[in-house]
Write a protein that binds this ligand. Sequence first.
Ligand SMILES: Nc1ncnc2c1ncn2[C@@H]1O[C@H](COP(=O)(O)OP(=O)(O)OP(=O)(O)O)[C@@H](O)[C@H]1O
Ligand SMILES: Nc1nc2c(ncn2[C@H]2C[C@H](O)[C@@H](COP(=O)(O)OP(=O)(O)O)O2)c(=O)[nH]1
Length: 231
Amino acid sequence: MANRIFRAVVLGPPGSGKGTISARIAQSFGLQHLSSGDFVRENISASTEAGILAKTYIDKDLLVPDCVMTCLLLPRLEQMTRHSWVLDGFPRTLAQATALNDTCSLDVVISLNIPLETLKERLRHRWIHPASGRVYNMEFNPPQVHGMDDISREPLVQRDEDKPEALVARLRHYKDIAKPVIDLYRSKGILHSFSGTETNKIWPYINSLITGKIPEVQGASQTLPLHSQEQ
Ligand SMILES: Nc1ncnc2c1ncn2[C@@H]1O[C@H](COP(=O)(O)OP(=O)(O)OP(=O)(O)O)[C@@H](O)[C@H]1O
Ligand SMILES: Nc1nc2c(ncn2[C@H]2C[C@H](O)[C@@H](COP(=O)(O)OP(=O)(O)O)O2)c(=O)[nH]1
């Protein structure tokens, strides 16, 4: 765990493994895993004003507007001045990235490039527990009991927007809105892109990137690992 604060963001299209990779980063390096989807779901469960508003968009399979997302997330991040974290699902738009930039500085941005066919296949097998947002994959990380959440034992569901026909439109939309975000982080020199079809094969590269960065945050100089592509 870093003595000084370390902050990372994971970007990628739906199904690219943002949640899976962020959880591994958090576990391996002792960082807090912050997920925008979890923040939204917590606010919906607590019936906060922003949560109620966000739900009206999520129910229509739309992104929550930038002003609602920033109101939900940024105050939480501002409170975490003493914590190292990895954030997934935010920022999704340039407006969100700019607002995040005004709130804190990032050490690393990881961008996941996964082929379309792989995304379709993964999401075809993705099942979620709606109340908690826990995500399973019937092949990669199946639940202990088929069709049931490991903790609550409630039934798992598949989301309509994970179906292949909806995914192509979602991906096009992702590319349009993510491009300026990726360009921003590239121009700041903190973007690292990883391509591949398997999380387990990408993971060692991300692991060595962060291992190299955390001592840097602590003050020791380190050479960037060969595997990372600084873009
Ligand atoms: N940064 C954000 N901007 C706008 N809406 C967001 C953001 N993060 C989450 N949401 C909303 O909350 C919902 C749930 O978030 P979550 O990250 O679990 O999304 P998701 O659609 O499952 O993403 P992915 O398919 O990439 O995993 C999203 O579908 C979206 O409506
Ligand atoms: N088969 C396979 N499935 C994978 C791999 N990495 C992640 N998954 C699964 C877990 C989820 O069910 C789905 C999407 O992963 P996720 O971490 O929820 O992605 P994201 O939507 O947060 O970006 O794919 C992987 O490497 N192989």
